[in-house]
Design a protein around this ligand. Structure first.
Ligand code: SAH
Length: 215
């Protein structure tokens, strides 16, 4: 089966499994996942599953990308922070939905590969940086939306501080580092008021504080 046919089937699966926002489905449809997976997994680019990338990390399952992006409620004027660039796939999907994406990755090697993909695909509204996303990107704050794609044991306080207080929304996995008992949490910030909701269970690689010595 061709990538195109597999992609159509994947989009139908995502819709059946709860991704109903047509802007989100269109953004996923227009993002070539085959450009973001390792060559060895090319034939699985449109399977609804997470796949290994380098540095022991993973590109998220398309369903989770869809559900988290939908939960984030991204608008076309929004400035969005993503923590955990990984392959760059989620950032590329977000880039189709908002004004600008700022994405951070602690592994320089992964970031370099993601940056090559953004350039090759002519994605111009993504700005990336290698660094510890646990601390966020203070120079660019506040952000209308923050999406974290690695699991924290507690909600990172610096990210909460960098979220816009005019209806800012943050979506992140929170739970144990071993991948157990994790769930997606959505936090809304209005003035000094916060509202937090638990959305659905997930299994993510851990959000690790600090940056590696090399790579
Ligand atoms: N969004 C990615 C998948 C992310 S996997 C994609 O679409 O492919 C989670 C990523 O978060 C990993 O690449 C990991 O290195 C990164 N990460 C973990 N802790 C981090 C931190 N403190 N700061 C920045 N990136 C981090």
């Amino acid at each position: 089966m061709s990538h195109d046919n597999r992609k159509i089937r994947l989009i139908m699966d995502l819709r059946n499994q709860g991704v109903t926002d047509t802007r989100v489905l269109a953004a996923i449809e227009r993002t070539p996942r085959e450009e973001f997976v390792e060559e060895a997994f090319l034939d699985q680019a449109y399977a609804n599953q997470a796949l290994p990338i380098s540095c022991g990390q993973t590109i998220s399952q398309p369903l989770i990308v869809g559900l988290m992006t939908q939960a984030l409620d991204v608008g076309d004027r929004h400035k969005v922070l993503e923590v955990g660039t990984g392959s760059g796939y989620q950032a590329a999907v977000l880039a189709k939905l908002c004004r600008r994406v700022y994405t951070m990755e602690r592994h320089r090697d992964l970031l370099a590969q993601a940056e090559k993909r953004f350039a090759r695909l002519a994605i111009r509204n993504v700005t990336s940086m290698s660094g510890d996303g646990y601390k966020g990107w203070p120079a660019q704050a506040p952000f209308d939306r923050i999406l974290v794609t690695a699991a924290a044991t507690l909600v990172p306080p610096d990210l909460v501080a960098q979220l816009s207080d005019k209806g800012g929304v943050m979506v992140l996995p929170v739970g144990e580092a071993g991948g157990l008992n994790q769930e997606i949490i959505r936090i809304r910030k209005e003035g000094t008021q916060f509202q937090s909701e638990r959305l659905f269970p997930v299994r993510f690689v851990p959000l690790v504080q600090g940056v590696p010595e090399s790579g």
